[in-house]
Design a protein around this ligand. Sequence first.
Ligand code: NAD
Length: 310
Amino acid sequence: MSIPTISAVIGSGSMGPGIAALLARYGSQVRLNDISEEALARAEQVCAGATKALDALDVPVVPGGSVTFELDQATALDGASLIIEAIPERIDLKKTVLQQIEAVVAEDAIIATNTSGIPISDMAVAMAHPERFIGMHWSNPPHLIPMIELIKGDRTTDEVQDTLIEIVEAFGYEAVVEKEKAGFIENRVLYAVLRECLALLEEGVATQRDLDTCVKWGVGYKLAVIGPMRLVDMAGLDIYEAVASYLNSDLSNETGVSELVTRLTKDKKLGMKTGQGLYEYNNGEVAEKRADIVQGLITVRKALSAIKPV
Ligand SMILES: NC(=O)c1ccc[n+]([C@@H]2O[C@H](COP(=O)([O-])OP(=O)(O)OC[C@H]3O[C@@H](n4cnc5c(N)ncnc54)[C@H](O)[C@@H]3O)[C@@H](O)[C@H]2O)c1
């Protein structure tokens, strides 16, 4: 299977619209479903923005693609051979919706979940055909980050995984194949970085701006080209061993959530969506920052696509 002729994306919040826009770009007739009319109305705008970003990246348009916005789940699922679930990260809700999906779609339709880290096998227990169920973890924003983690549950077949690898590669993305592990690779690594940064911020070692500057250039820029495993080789394993021997024991090993984050969350200072979080945002600044982020991701992706991978 390359890109499916008809696909369904269930859940149209932060992730669904970008996923739908990318599938449509590659020729799929995508039905984007949500229980909220507001979410679907917002999604139309997000899909339009995603299409502009894909234009800016010179992503080819495969004819025949479209996104329709469906409140009715059964209509959205009708005839779909690939279904991507992107509803909130609650296992009970996901299990219920997976059963609803299975009741409508063909037995050989592939059902993927965009869960950020709920074990695939735990969700699959609710399913009649767990062999066609797989984790497909897109990175946000999904139409711009060309990497998807694929995670088999204990019943998922190799064929389903191979098919998804083909689909991911058909839209020029890289597939990362991994075993089930809480949080999957991307979030395990990202959350290790976030935990350390938040601990340093709480300790007053540096401001949020200095932390961002250091990580963007000293970690992000370098890792975008090299990758951490190659970096260890480049630096020298003896150097890593020497530094890790005194540093690892001093790194944050906080097992709870940062107190600062808990306090800000309680005060509804949730970041860009409420105008205040670890930074404060003046009027109009959120829209400006979001646009700068999209533009930055487009520029850097073009640059990274042009270099020889190391
Ligand atoms: N936001 C991210 O950065 C990100 C990144 C990777 C993976 N994920 C994962 O993707 C999934 C979706 O995340 P999100 O951030 O888009 O969530 P979100 O809360 O922004 O959106 C979820 C949407 O699902 C809708 N919904 C709820 N119940 C539904 C149902 N029964 N049928 C159809 N729609 C329903 C909600 O109305 C909402 O619009 C989660 O599992 C999340 O962990 C999120």
